[in-house]
Design a protein around this ligand. Sequence first.
Ligand code: MG
Ligand code: ZN
Length: 220
Amino acid sequence: MEIKVVKDILGANEQIAERNRHLLDSKNVFAVNLMSSPGAGKTSLILETIKRLKQEIKIGVIEGDVSSSLDAEVIGKEGIPVIQINTGGECHLDANMTYRALDNMPLQDIELLLIENVGNLICTAEFALGEHKKILISSTPEGDDKPFKYPLMFHTVDAILINKTDLLPYLRFDTDAYSRAVKGINEKVEIFQISCATGQGIQEWVSWLLTQMNRRYGGR
Ligand code: MG
Ligand code: ZN
């Protein structure tokens, strides 16, 4: 019985997510769902992405957190539209919360929407938001065994950013073994090695993102 309830919740979420995607497509807004465990660098990646792209394209951000608006305040300083969602205890964003945020966003003035999900590697992977791409930020201090522990997340995403590569000399993180494990779960996933601290790999990530946007909505 419990299984059916879960399926109903996810089914209803899927429908709202589909509506969100239609709304985004009607305004040519490309949306990415950024997921990771707490502290892997979602907010830092958003800031690096804004830094490299804000002269070129119009960016908006949705910040998902259980509570507080700390990250939204940091990003708000960049002078771009930011909406904070406080999930009030829920450990993931869902399509309905995302819809309420979209409803308050000036979508006509946005080309790229970065959605920072709640820090959590489990149920964030299950709830579609209406995004066009799902991204995982996996940081080196978390260890290279995560693909084995959270296979759904690794299976679901379109790209994985291995963040904090500047710390590799101090850690036992085998990048090759990690990448092999990831490809075993998700053959098509793109893997980028980045460091928000040094800027390594950020340009490659940003170029990939622009390519995905152009594929969806044509050259701008
Ligand atoms: Mg954050
Ligand atoms: Zn959850």
